[in-house]
Design a protein around this ligand. Structure first.
Ligand code: C5P
Length: 306
């Protein structure tokens, strides 16, 4: 009998990304506010022969996706099988990509979070939310947030999460760039540009949290900040122009998402966000434009055929 389990998983944007010093493991201390957006990947899994772990992808950036053993979704499936000692585990994973690859929106981490949820269901491992979060943190700093979704504060490597109250709905326009950026390369450039002013943990952004709690979009827009932005701009200088175009078109705030190069623009309503999208669509520096809203839930089952 074939069983296919499908999971939908969001992209993330960092509303605030404050970066501290690097530890001995090379990871930087973060204080970040994530929001999950309605730009989704769909991840479908079905049982395969014991020991067979394969992945195929279609959609946005699929041609650039690593499909070997280093693929994070495959590693997630193997990790779950190992942690729960699943007898005869094997899986074929199919990704329907919408989240840009190497775009600063945690697409790879999202697929890994989705693979954990999907394989847990497929194999009936019955992992608790805490057990899945623990495996997620071992796969990468962003993976736990893609399980949780919503709006959340991340500290430590970004993997110690606390949900944040965010009133209302947030209308986003996303400008996808022609080329991707590698997250380790952006952190390296951050260090080369002088790194964090203080080695200790960065401060949690009180102004942003207060604006989110009451749904004050102009104040949220004004509080958008990313310490990695100068590093991303130095690696892709055209992003500066992209940010300016969105602001000129009326966005309430603009920020490079995570390690970039996707630029995220916040608007007060859907109509203003559409105007920002139209302006960005005319720019030669922008490969594609997407609209999304947030916050949305984390990785969740959407269908199951048995
Ligand atoms: O955890 P993840 O694999 O997503 O991180 C990718 C890279 O980003 C790390 O290898 C590291 O170079 C950098 N990183 C960091 N500090 C963090 C998170 C990521 O330096 N808190």
């Amino acid at each position: 009998m074939t069983a296919i389990v499908s999971v939908r998983v969001p992209a993330k944007v960092n509303l605030s990304l404050r970066v501290g010093g690097a530890g001995a493991d090379g990871y930087h201390e973060l204080a970040t506010v994530f929001q999950a957006l309605s730009l989704h990947d769909d991840v479908a899994v079905r049982a395969a022969a014991p020991g067979e772990f394969t992945i195929a992808a279609a959609g946005e950036g699929a041609a650039h996706l690593p499909v070997g053993d280093d693929n994070l979704a495959l590693r997630a499936a193997r990790l779950l099988a190992l942690a729960f000692d699943v007898a005869g585990a094997g899986v074929a994973i199919r990704l329907r990509k919408r989240i840009p690859v190497a775009g600063g929106m945690a697409g790879g981490s999202a697929d890994a979070a989705a693979a954990l949820v999907a394989c847990d269901r497929l194999w009936g491992t019955g992992a608790t939310a805490a057990e899945l979060a623990d495996l997620a943190a071992r796969l990468g700093a962003d993976v736990p947030f893609l399980l949780l979704g919503g709006t959340a504060l991340g500290t430590g490597r970004g993997d110690v999460l606390r949900p944040v109250a965010a009133a209302g709905e947030y209308h986003w326009t996303l400008a996808l760039a022609h080329a991707g950026l590698s997250t380790p390369a952006v952190f390296r450039r951050f260090d080369d540009l002088g790194g964090a002013p203080q080695p200790q943990a960065p401060e949690v952004p009180a102004d942003l949290l207060a604006a989110l709690a009451v749904g004050n979009v102009p104040a949220v827009g004004a509080a958008l900040v990313n310490d990695l932005q100068p590093a991303a701009l130095s690696l892709q200088p055209t992003l500066e122009r992209t940010l300016a175009i969105g602001l000129e078109a009326g966005a309430r705030g603009a920020v490079v998402s995570g390690s970039g190069p996707t630029c995220a623009f916040l608007s007060e309503d859907a109509e203003s966000a559409d105007r920002v999208a139209t302006a960005l669509g005319l720019s030669s520096g922008v490969r594609a434009v997407r609209r999304a809203r947030g916050p949305v839930p984390g990785a969740r089952l959407i269908e199951e055929d048995r």
